[in-house]
Ligand binder design. Sequence first.
Ligand code: FE2
Length: 361
Amino acid sequence: MSERPILEKVGSVEFYVGSAKQWAFMHQKAMGFRLLGYAGPETGVRDRVSYLLEQGDARFIFTSFLDPDDFVGKHVHLHGDGVKDISFTVQDMDETVRSIEERKIIKPAKVQKIKSENGSILTSSIPTFGETVHSLVDLGEYESDLPPGFVEVQDDTKSKGIKRIDHIVGNVEEKRMDEWVNYYIKGLGFNQLMSFDDKDISTEYSSLQSKVVEYNNRKIVFPINEPAWGLKKSQIQEYLDYYKSPGVQHFAFLTDNIIDTVSKLKKSGIEFLKTPAAYYEDLEERVGKIHEDIDKLKELDILVDRDEYGYLLQIFSKPIGDRPTVFYEIIQRRGAISFGKGNFKSLFQSIEREQAKRGNL
Ligand code: FE2
């Protein structure tokens, strides 16, 4: 089997949403993404509109439908606004497809060559949990920063400090986490980074299990959650009930200055989960000395956790769309490679307060 990585990194992430224009506008104005391109009827795309945005290395495409009965329309009707495609860039499509086929778990779609005035790209795709897919994209000698079908848009939106996607979390059905972990490990050659069970992640009420897979020196990191039994409904089950299938739960965006990034995001209206004041009282006893001013972290609701390599700072948004499904995390790593296990309890209690407001706890 091929020793070289067959996947390079996450290319772009495509959401299917009810109004791509509004999602793009919100990500520009509130999240600090710069609009790069547009595709739609004006550019020769007849059935949909898409907006491509970028901040640091994070690239998002928001796509909406023009005909409610088409594929995108049906997806949005069933799932609400959500993530359809987490694409991977690849160096050599033939080698990637051959290598995936040799593993005999996943069958990639037939490779297609998409031509445009900027050259051609090769694409294929593989299915993953729920209706989510991974496009495989080989850019080859392609000469544009925009995918075929997109036209350039001028936009001077300033970054709010997001550098790239740190990890993308999937929620899958109860008792199916191991199946999906194996899909990535056996089907694509990912490695397992760590796992958590209900001893780590449970509150009085609800619980979940999680395993983390990574690829290519952690360029691609996917924690995968499944619901576990608690006294009341797991937040993962609430997600599954509203998304109507497994799917992407959250994106963690990496920043070098979480205080600055979160201050800007809050100022522009992004809503984050609250942290109880008590969390900060014994923070230094729990995580040791940190560079940041604890009063500032408290003011912004930023959480801190430490592992054997260092510490991390993180905060979680409320759901980004209408349904309690996909949300964002902002994370700054000062050495730590983990995901904030020490914060799970306070985080989940905070999520549960929101869940209770929705009458789902
Ligand atoms: Fe996370």
